[in-house]
Design a protein around this ligand. Structure first.
Ligand SMILES: [Zn+2]
Length: 307
């Protein structure tokens, strides 16, 4: 869809019986200024259909767009949101389970011994597999340990969730978008450690509040399988030698695709660019929730020095 056509659909939707004043004020909305602070044309105003929208900021040309993209990449590369909460002290899982009477002192001791002997399985899995401890008690204990709710599979809508994230990210990291509440809150499920960095990235990309919670191993595995099988938005995965190459690739794709809006966030080692193609996303106040896989496109980048 061309930018011009999208522009018209917005204009038409605004012409449903408006007053003269309304028409005049919406006409002013159409004229915007370039978001590149060093732009030579900054004092000029442009019809926005001639411009690019990146993170709710307009660029008047490909050159200005490249400056905005490079700035966003530097911001994401240096983003320290990554480490938030990582070193937070938590009560050991075994102690929580012991205090609730879900395991015995002997079971705890045995599980701790096993853990010392390089067994990669986490203590909860050990207690279930070796002692027949109830899996739901482990999940509840994880909820207590991380101070978060325990989710169930009710209202899991895999098709809707697939539109909120790139498949490559679901494949690369352990997390599961579970459901939306009132298009304002995203419930994000984990089985075990809660990855706050992923929650933070999802929050920034989608403009939603994210609430984390636990799912039992069984439910988590089953629902992740369902999610991977449904249709995601189109996506491209690229390895780049450095941030400059990445910036150039992003800007070129944005010029080619003429998206209505776009945004960049980092999720651990992945840079995630999302483009939205519906004119309603031009307004920065709209929730960035696509209704269909064609309404959005994802680009996933990683820095690979050998590429
Ligand atoms: Zn400019």
């Amino acid at each position: 869809m061309s930018f011009l056509r999208m522009g018209r659909s917005v204009a038409n939707s605004r012409v449903n019986g408006p007053s003269e004043d309304y028409l005049n004020s919406s006409a002013l909305d159409w004229i915007v200024e370039c978001g590149n602070a060093t732009c030579r044309n900054r004092s000029l105003r442009f019809w926005r259909r001639q411009m690019f929208l990146f993170e709710n900021t307009w660029a008047c040309s490909g050159d200005c767009l490249r400056i905005l993209v490079a700035r966003a990449l530097r911001r994401e590369a240096g983003n320290v949101g990554e480490a938030r909460g990582r070193h937070h002290h938590r009560i050991p899982l075994g102690l929580i389970m012991l205090s609730r009477g879900w395991i015995t002192q002997e079971q705890l001791q045995y599980a701790l011994e096993m853990k010392k002997h390089d067994d990669p399985r986490r203590i909860g899995e050990w207690l279930v597999s070796e002692f027949g401890v109830e899996a739901q008690h482990v999940t509840r204990a994880l909820g207590i340990q991380w101070n978060c709710p325990v989710f169930t599979d009710s209202e899991f809508d895999a098709a809707r969730m697939a539109l909120l994230v790139a498949r490559e990210l679901v494949r690369s990291y352990e997390f599961l978008p579970l459901r939306l509440a009132a298009d304002r809150i995203l419930y994000l499920a984990f089985a075990g450690d809660i990855n706050r960095s992923i929650a933070y990235s999802m929050e920034k990309m989608l403009g939603l509040r994210v609430e984390n919670g636990q799912l039992s191993d069984n439910l988590y595995t089953k629902m992740r399988g369902e999610l991977i099988d449904v249709e995601f938005a189109g996506e491209q995965v690229h390895k780049m030698p450095n941030l400059s190459f990445m910036a150039e690739h992003i800007a070129t794709e944005m010029e080619r695709k003429q998206a209505a809006n776009s945004k960049l966030v980092r999720m651990h080692n992945h840079y995630w660019l999302r483009m939205w193609f519906h004119s309603k996303f031009v307004s920065g106040t709209e929730k960035q929730l696509p209704d269909h896989a064609t309404g959005v496109r994802d680009y996933i980048y990683q820095i690979d020095l050998s590429s």
